[in-house]
Design a protein around this ligand. Structure first.
Ligand code: ADP
Ligand code: MG
Length: 366
């Protein structure tokens, strides 16, 4: 069992670099938490503090009810899987998986039982006599997972475990990791810079930037209600479009977004939730998928522009639209035929618009 709490945790490296700033986070027992953010934002540093591989500079790291700041890694009951699988090339797969248990002087029978059990669950049982060089990347990563599984840890830590795999394998391994979590019923803390991976795997996502937590929430909360433009831009593909303009309040539940070349009428409930005054400078966010080329053309619910680019992506296509000095990207049906230079009118799903303060980037929707 393990609940993991960070209370005002900071990490400063020896060279003075402040990698994690005032981290407060409460990870529940058996929860699957994903730390998400761009390279260098402090994800691995955070994970390494849980593992005990990096010291907490100040604040408290607490497992269940025990402060573990000074507890050595081997006493923490955590297992970690890295991006580089770090297998021993000369040992068999069996011995690679068993290594940690052998070091702990477990009985031969117990080791045999645990290794076979893990190998069966990961479907690598028939490879136990081989050596890492004879396995594919995906199989090797499963061996690395197996090595962590046999230890039956209270906390499973994974640092970009799928980054070395090709795209197709990454998707199927996601499903396996999710299944593994359900079977093992332990706490998982998983690091990735891949937003799609985070959305698929997480019970809750922690979005980080420059050592600071930007938002914590379920995948739905993070995607539907991003707290600021950083989070909004980091999730979604293609990323959210922005148009800077002004809000005009017409009544308690009637608001408009105005820009030189587009006016959008907000639906009642969104107007009511908007925390702003008339004339406020806002940044409007429209997700790429929240337009409909075949939708009804109603003034106040459309956006017009010129087609800049058409990029087919199999199931649908990305439409690049010149809009003033900017280019907006939308996801439209694959049967639509557009030529560059053509004028288009897109119906906007105004119930799904996002509004941010133009100066601070913070969400203006309650
Ligand atoms: N041992 C170290 N000494 C100094 N700076 C470090 C050290 N390790 C990492 N950093 C810096 O801390 C920041 C966060 O690193 P890291 O946690 O590895 O980021 P992420 O895993 O999100 O890519 C980076 O700017 C990195 O260069
Ligand atoms: Mg990292």
């Amino acid at each position: 069992m393990a609940r993991i709490r960070f209370e005002n945790v900071n990490k400063k490296y020896a060279n003075g670099f402040h990698a994690v700033k005032d981290l407060n986070l409460d990870i529940q027992d058996e929860e699957f938490v994903v730390l998400l953010g761009p390279s260098g934002c402090g994800k691995s540093t955070t994970l390494n503090m849980i593992a005990g591989l990096e010291e907490v500079t100040d604040g408290a790291l607490i497992f269940d009810d025990q402060m573990v700041n000074y507890m050595p890694p081997h006493r923490r009951d955590v297992a970690m899987v890295f991006q580089s699988y770090a297998l021993y090339p000369h040992k068999t797969i069996f011995d690679n998986i068993a290594f940690g248990l052998q070091m702990r002087k477990q009985s031969k029978e117990e080791i045999e039982r645990r290794v076979r059990n893990a190998a069966r669950r990961l479907e690598i049982e028939h490879m136990l006599d081989r050596r890492p060089g004879q396995l594919s990347g995906g199989q090797r990563q499963r061996v690395a997972l197996g090595r962590a599984m046999v230890r039956d840890p209270a906390v499973f830590l994974m640092d970009e475990p799928l980054s070395n795999l090709d795209a197709a394998l990454r998707v199927s391994m996601r499903a396996e990791i999710k299944e593994l979590h359900q079977e093992m019923q332990t706490t998982f803390v998983y690091v990735t810079h891949d937003q799609a991976e985070a959305l698929t795997l997480a019970d809750r996502i922690v979005v980080m930037s420059d050592g600071i937590v930007q938002q914590v929430g379920t995948p739905d909360e993070i995607y539907e209600h991003p707290a600021n433009t950083f989070v909004a831009s980091f999730l979604g593909s293609p990323p959210m479009n922005y148009i800077d303009g002004e809000i005009e309040i017409e009544g308690e539940d009637r608001a408009l977004f105005r820009h030189d070349s587009v006016t959008l009428r907000l639906p009642e409930n969104l107007s009511r939730k908007l925390n702003t005054d008339s004339g406020h400078r806002v940044r409007l966010g429209i997700r790429a998928e929240d337009v409909d080329e075949k939708g009804e053309v109603v003034e106040g619910q459309i956006i017009r522009g010129t087609v800049n680019s058409v990029l087919p992506v199999g199931s649908d296509q990305f439409l690049g639209m010149a809009f003033g000095d900017d280019e907006l990207f939308f996801r439209v049906g694959k049967d639509l035929r557009h030529k560059t230079g053509e004028n288009v009118t897109l119906a906007v799903d105004v119930s799904r618009l996002h509004f941010f303060d133009a100066a601070t980037g913070k969400s203006l929707v309650a």
